[in-house]
Design a protein around this ligand. Structure first.
Ligand SMILES: Cc1ncc(COP(=O)(O)O)c(C=O)c1O
Length: 375
């Protein structure tokens, strides 16, 4: 179906075309100087010591848990209101996910009080996800982690350029994980990146990214190294230089993209004010957000009503989505299931409205008017 107002749109132009062309013409297309430049720019933006380019955010989450030595018998506290990759990574290392609820219809990130209730002597990591680019409640989560000697891995897939106070998301916990999947604020189709201030973790992640090998093919091709050893069982999770060039070009547009999205977000908040049947999460949120998506939550009616609203909006040419089906309800995660009343309400009542830099103010007003009518 062709939508008049799609859910998202890529912010690509001549900059991206030129960057990719230059990468192709350089004749070095696997991991090399572009990825290195991306890593140093990303690290500088966030104020972290290390940024490591990877094939995607799922790989970043996997290597984060591997590097922290999480394994069978360990527990990781996760939201169920996320993309399934957040929790799959826990299973990749053989650990058990422990689902905690999110705060409320107004704040869709992990509830620190529920996280605290779910800590056991097997808990090793708290893994908050910054929903839509809006910061999870990091102060209480970090205090809890410090008190109970747990690591924190931030799933910052939605959150490039997002903040918590003056701290960048992805730079607060032990490790941050970012996604450059095709619907994200900045994208290269498939790509990801891991951030940390911890030298030991960074060294381990770099090793695991490339088969556990001590040198890279770029270094060998350039004569900086001639041989390599293999220190542990690693993976091929490298980001390539064509994608690296694309993300570098996108990174140059990120601040402008985020400023435009904040303006659109303000228009949405205005357009949906006083509609009692709808909660607009993160209204007047105090922290800078990437505004990756524009979620709204119906107060009642269940998933059938929500799907009815989505169909009616689609009939008017407006694409919507759902973030997210609850992970603990998926067949493979049922055995880890638990009561998560807020998550379940949101999973059945949330719909996501169009959000991208090229969206116009009048389109936002139209989406608001159609939503009100359909509700
Ligand atoms: C919250 C969250 N975590 C992790 C991922 C996985 O990212 P990737 O597709 O880059 O592996 C996504 C992707 O959409 C996501 O939304």
């Amino acid at each position: 179906m062709d939508f008049r107002i799609p859910l998202f749109d890529l912010n690509f132009g001549v900059e991206e075309e030129a960057a990719v062309l230059a990468a192709l013409r350089s004749k070095w297309i696997s991991m090399g100087p572009n990825v290195r430049e991306l890593e140093s720019e990303f690290a500088a933006r966030l104020g972290v010591d290390y940024a490591i380019g990877l094939t995607n955010c799922t790989a970043a989450l996997h290597l984060a848990l591997k590097a922290l030595d999480v394994g069978p018998g360990d527990e990781v506290i996760v939201p169920s209101l996320s993309f399934v990759a957040t929790v799959n990574a826990v299973r990749y290392v053989g650990a058990d996910p422990v689902f905690a609820d999110v705060k409320s219809l107004e704040d869709l990130s992990l509830d620190p009080e529920d996280v605290e209730r779910r800590i056991t002597n097997r808990t090793k990591v708290i893994l908050p996800m910054h929903f839509g680019g809006f910061a999870a409640d990091m102060d209480p989560l970090m205090s809890l982690a410090q008190e109970r000697k747990l690591a924190v891995v931030e799933d910052a897939a939605h959150a490039p350029a997002s903040k918590y106070g003056d701290q960048s998301l992805g730079a607060i916990g032990d490790i941050g994980c970012f996604s450059f999947f095709s619907n994200k604020n900045i994208t290269c189709g498939e790509g990801g990146l891991l951030t940390t201030d911890n030298k030991e973790l960074a060294t381990r992640v770099k090793l695991l990214r490339s088969h556990g090998m001590t040198t890279m093919s770029f270094e060998r091709a350039k004569g900086h190294a001639t041989s390599y050893d293999v220190l542990e069982l690693g993976y091929n999770y490298r980001l390539d230089d064509v994608r690296g060039s694309l993300i570098l070009a996108q990174l140059g547009k990120l601040d402008e993209d985020v400023a435009r999205r904040s303006e659109l977000r303000r228009l949405y908040e205005e357009g949906l004010s006083g509609v009692g049947e709808i909660s607009v999460p993160y209204r007047n949120f105090p922290h800078q957000s990437s505004n990756y998506i524009m979620p709204v939550v119906l107060r009642e009616g269940g998933s059938e009503r929500r799907e009815g609203v989505r169909r009616a909006m689609a009939a008017k040419g407006i694409q919507t989505s759902v973030h997210y089906p609850a992970i603990h309800r998926f067949s493979i995660y049922e055995r880890f299931g638990t009561a998560l009343p807020v998550t379940e309400h949101i999973a059945d009542h949330e719909l996501t409205l169009p959000m991208y830099a090229a969206l116009t103010g009048s389109q936002v007003r139209e989406v608001c008017a159609v939503l009100k009518e359909c509700v």
